[in-house]
Design a protein around this ligand. Structure first.
Ligand code: GLN
Length: 193
């Protein structure tokens, strides 16, 4: 059985678990580092990156996360989760993905918006209704980073090997497309396809 951990320190983790459940996939709340041993994939949710970062430090997540990443297990960061996966520019990035991001780059809470973005997931070009809440912008993508989604010509979703990131909140909308894409990454990694 596939098991996907959702980092449950702060933010929209319950919504991710529900979105996985709708796809028939078991997601569980990751509260302590050792629980990662039971996971085939990890989602780092949106929320407040400073709060998640501090709690990650407090509970000593870094070593276990580093092992998970180095083992090539799939990790997906949404919004604040993407800030944590990016390079060290914000002072909070784990550097698992060669991207530079700028926090809150679309404006304040009141500037949150929903927009149709273009995605390119495994050859099928599609549209996706994306919800942006005080979203970070991807300012730079490294040479091994594939852009999988864009809005007005700017990257809003990207992948580098087994690390996926998006600046919006797929778990808050009805379209399961991006959860399905990540579930496929986890299945392929586990050899279940
Ligand atoms: N602005 C938040 C941050 O940088 C991210 C917002 C979100 O995850 N919706 O932490």
């Amino acid at each position: 059985m596939l098991r996907i951990a959702v980092l449950a320190l702060q933010g929209a983790y319950r919504e991710h678990i529900l979105a996985l459940k709708r796809e028939g996939i078991y997601g569980f709340e990751l509260k302590l580092p050792h629980q990662l041993e039971e996971a085939d994939g990890l989602i780092m949710p949106g929320g407040e990156s400073t709060a998640i970062y501090r709690l990650m430090k407090k509970y000593g997540f870094e070593d276990q996360l580093g092992c998970f990443f180095k083992a090539g297990k799939p990790i997906w960061g949404t919004c604040a989760g993407m800030v944590l996966l990016a390079d060290k520019d914000t002072g909070m990035g784990l550097g698992y993905m060669d991207i530079t991001v700028k926090r809150n780059a679309y404006g304040r809470q009141i500037d949150s918006f929903e927009e149709t973005i273009k995605t390119d997931l495994g050859g099928a070009k599609k549209e996706f209704r994306a919800i942006f809440i005080r979203a970070p912008k991807i300012l730079r993508t490294g040479k091994n980073v594939q852009v999988l989604g864009s809005l007005n010509g700017e990257a809003v979703m990207a992948r580098e090997v087994n690390v996926l990131a998006c600046s919006f909140h797929p778990e808050l909308g009805p379209d399961p497309g991006i959860h399905d894409y990540f579930i496929e990454m986890v299945k392929n990694n586990k050899g279940e396809n």
